[in-house]
Design a binder for this molecule. Structure first.
Ligand SMILES: Cc1cc2nc3c(=O)[nH]c(=O)nc-3n(C[C@H](O)[C@H](O)[C@H](O)COP(=O)(O)OP(=O)(O)OC[C@H]3O[C@@H](n4cnc5c(N)ncnc54)[C@H](O)[C@@H]3O)c2cc1C
Length: 475
């Protein structure tokens, strides 16, 4: 049974909602170190907001957890009162899974502690930490682990889904650097999982998303990461096709110290434009020599590749237009970028009516592809590209034209795409469907995940995610 937010403070009822019992929230408040927000409270509307402006949901309760005991109490309360629950880390999930209508948002954004052990090369971070928090603390010791490229993204959702970032070709995905988690499970208890204890659960959290509980602490392996040679090269509008071919032919076989994303957009005349964003983990002299072919081509109309600190790089994309805009994505892996696929993409960029057409490629190579397929839930270990098509627009309403363009482009690209998809780039389950969730995990792994889900969350309490259905719910 779902709660209607308005019922908590007494108002209208509908057939499928029921109010919280009188005084229930008042009993919860003093038991918490953090606090509770309800509709009408001062910061309620700020805290319920997530990154994608298309998502406008109103939980009945927001529990702003200050620590593990608050998370345990929040889970116990939601279960006792049969409330739908969502978990908020950094709030960046494009599907808006961090927030629900009428239920409880378990908000971790006050839990931002980080402890780095420079001699052990490890970092422990609470469940609400952002990449900006973790990078800042790690960089104080010249350290870092693979992480999101925007500082406000939460470590929570990103790590649990896999974790793509500039360091991945050298050091693997974020989940490959995960050493342990402390987690509050659906029964309200707390459990630790690592390579020695609760090993199956530890496998499950490395790619299985937020299906098994609320992670209150992540522990990572961290690496020496000094200044990097990084920035972007933008090519002239008439050279998009050759620039994409250059990326396809040059980047996968480049040394693993070089990571590079391709962004295909269009200019005001709807001509396709290619931008390469790159990061070389090493000194300028070697980096400049390595990227010489990328500079020789074009020549680029803009080139800001230079030596910067890794911390600076990790803030470089923060100001791109995106926050509080509406966003819609579609994504899949692509094993080969053929000339025919490039033709289709360039053709789609010329379509009128779309606000900000964008296609993005991340290159999977190096350390990411050296991890054994069965070692983590994250499955996509073949050398490949991660293809994402998206658009964003101002305002909180869906834009039919943008959504249609994204879907149309994805449909046109399907003959060139693999079935696999990165869970963290998926939209909500109504849009994607359960078959896409299975494709994200792979059929065999999905079965193993169902067993784990049935063990840790048999009632599917944690279901606002790319959901693995327990056996009890007809998986
Ligand atoms: C601007 C932007 C940049 C991005 N960059 C990257 C990138 O560089 N690399 C990459 O791999 N992905 C990237 N992503 C995608 C990102 O991985 C997902 O959006 C991810 O869900 C974000 O995590 P979050 O904690 O901010 O999400 P939230 O929206 O807070 O949470 C999403 C879901 O994750 C789960 N969750 C979050 N925290 C916890 C926790 N502590 N315990 C249990 N479950 C939890 C819950 O199921 C929740 O519903 C980016 C997204 C955006 C919007």
């Amino acid at each position: 049974m779902r709660y209607n937010p308005r019922m908590v403070k007494t108002k209208a009822r509908t057939a499928d909602t029921r109010p919280l019992p009188e005084g229930a929230v008042e009993k919860l408040r003093p038991a918490l170190r953090g606090h509770v927000l309800q509709p009408g409270d001062d910061t309620y509307d700020t805290i319920r907001q997530v990154w994608n402006a298309m998502i406008d949901r109103r939980p009945a309760l927001i529990v702003r957890c200050a620590g593990v005991s608050d998370v345990m109490r929040a889970v116990a309360f939601a279960r006792e009162h049969d409330m739908l629950a969502s978990v908020r880390g950094g709030g960046h999930n494009v599907a808006g899974n961090a927030v629900c209508d009428g239920g409880m948002m378990i908000d971790l954004s006050l839990m931002r502690g980080v402890q780095v052990d420079p001699s052990a090369h490890t970092a422990r971070a609470q469940g609400g930490v952002t990449w900006g928090d973790l990078d800042t603390e790690c960089q104080a010791h010249g350290l870092a682990t693979t992480g999101g490229v925007v500082s406000t993204t939460g470590i929570g959702g990103l790590t649990l889904g896999g974790g793509i970032g500039w360091l991945m070709r050298s050091h693997g995905l974020t989940c490959d650097n995960l050493l342990a988690v402390d987690m509050v499970t659906a029964d309200g208890g707390s459990v630790r999982a690592n390579a020695q204890h609760n090993r199956e659960l530890f496998w499950g959290v490395r790619g299985g998303g937020g299906n098994f509980g609320v992670v209150t602490t992540f522990e990572y392996r961290v690496h020496h990461v000094g200044p990097v040679y990084a920035g972007s090269l933008v090519y002239p509008a008439g050279k998009a096709e050759q620039a994409m071919q250059l990326y396809r032919d040059f980047i996968p076989s480049a040394p693993d110290e070089l990571d590079c994303e391709l962004i295909l957009t269009s200019d005001q005349r709807r001509r396709p434009v290619v931008r390469l964003m790159l990061c070389y983990l090493g000194p300028k002299e070697r980096g400049a020599k390595l990227i010489k072919p990328l500079r020789a081509f074009g020549p680029p109309v803009s080139d800001d590749v230079r030596t910067i600190s890794y911390g600076t790089l990790q803030h470089m994309l923060d100001d791109l237009p995106g926050v509080r805009r509406s966003h819609y994505y579609k994504s899949n892996f692509m094993e080969k970028m053929t000339d025919a696929a490039i033709d289709v993409m360039l053709g789609r960029m010329a379509e009128p009516g779309v606000t900000t057409p964008l296609i993005n490629f991340e290159c999977f190579a190096g350390a990411v592809t050296k991890v054994r397929e069965d070692e983590t839930v994250f499955s996509h270990r073949k050398p490949s590209f991660n293809f994402t098509v998206e658009s964003s627009w101002d305002g909180a309403r869906g834009s039919d034209a943008d959504i249609a363009w994204v879907r149309g482009t994805w449909e046109a690209m399907k003959p060139f795409l693999a079935s696999g998809v990165y869970v963290n780039y998926m939209t909500d389950d109504k849009d994607e469907g359960q078959e896409r969730v299975k494709a994200a995990f792979g059929a065999a792994k999905y079965e193993r995940l169902v067993a784990l889900k049935t063990q840790y969350d048999p009632t599917n309490f944690f279901r606002l995610n790319q959901n693995i259905k327990p056996r009890t719910q007809g998986a």
